[in-house]
Design a binder for this molecule. Sequence first.
Ligand code: 5AD
Ligand code: SF4
Length: 473
Amino acid sequence: MTEPQDCRYLLTAHNDSLAQTTVRPRFFVRTYGCQMNDRDSEKMTALLSRLGYDAAEGQDDADFILYNTCCVRESAEDKVFGHLSRLKRAKADKPGLMIGVCGCMTQQPDIAQKFQEKHPYVNLVFGTSNRHRLPEFLWRAIQTGKPVIDITESDELPEIEDIPVTTRDFPHKAGVNIMYGCDNFCAYCIVPYVRGRERSRPPEDILREAESLADDGVKEVMLLGQNVNSYGGGVAFPELLRQVNAISGLERIRFMTSHPKDFSDELILAIRDLPKVCKHVHLPLQSGSTRVLADMNRMYSQEDYLALAARLQAAIPGIAITTDIIVGYPGETEEDFLATLDVARQIRFAGAFTFIYSKRSGTPAAEREDTVPRKEISERFDRLTATLYPIMEEINRTKIGKVIDVMVEDSQSAKGRADDHTLVHFTACKELKPGDIVPVRINEAKTFYISGDAIAPHPSSRNFSRARECESA
Ligand code: 5AD
Ligand code: SF4
């Protein structure tokens, strides 16, 4: 069978299967999970566009629907299966419709069998490291009429990296993968099993990608990896930050995620000294109890975490620290949970993702029988948010009356992000576009955002003290 060296064959084949030969088939990609998946989806979207597919408005007018999945928690997986069941009906109405599933969920053991038995109408199932072969899989599925299931385990760097991304989710910001996989094996986490061993991209490749994004109008890059602090591409992570900081056109640099065990003093200095590196660190705590942290294999204690946060706050006044916290890890006692609340009060997180522990089969934690009763977990969850949220609002209230530089994210709904990642809603007297940086005088603070009025910068200066109020501009 000839493979689609020339993409016209694929388009013709798909159009034939749809019994319409004049319009180009349309695709719809739905992404679940983290920023890594967002970036992968952008790349697969670019592949499909290069093949000649057009973007559909939504799922209903698509001829190829691709779900890029997440399996970190069971709820994410349930969502995918729920959506898939609905597609089964859509497929009955539109026989030429192709359905694909890729991403972390498909890398789990026995998943191929699950799809064959329970979801045989899914045409392609592929993994995280062979997503660059999407055109070939699509071609084979259309030509043979049989499902293509190809989940190769690979610890190589994905070849998809060099695909120029023609369509990005945002014009002004983009993620750049600096590494893949994870070697940490936190006892609850499935990521090391589905994403493989840690491997870093060479700095030259990262810089080339960041430069081409900057040339394309991107103002903010987010360097992505499960644990960016252990970046090992030949230079240390603070040096990589320095090199990205030198790229002209870029205005902001963010990175995610940091593991507390690898956070060096050099990195603190790099955040402090490099003007484009945002004053925000996402530093997952997971638990405030040293005993639970040891059970989780996190490789730091409560004291280590507190000391690191104190070093960050002392070196970089005003730095925003955000976090991830898991409630109800097996064996978590009331005393352990109180330690988490205690850390939350001491650090004063600017934001937090709070998760209920989800059992992931194949992980060491899944073997434990000392699970916390459901009712207790949900009660602790509520107490945790009741501790975190008022602090977040208090932090936001300290910004009232200040003028804060905001990078416009969405001009229609007039919202953007401060350097420290705070969400800012604003009113503006002139049209602004995504990526513009505008000073905003803050007049209101809520738990999850602050709001205010954009003020026009003085024409000869970007200095706030010389800014004029919008009305008088
Ligand atoms: N259950 C609940 N939360 C989890 N996370 C990872 N694995 C699990 C799990 N099994 C959370 C962690 C991690 C974030 C991305 O997801 O807090 O930092
Ligand atoms: Fe999962 Fe831990 Fe790796 Fe994060 S560092 S991806 S929580 S194993």
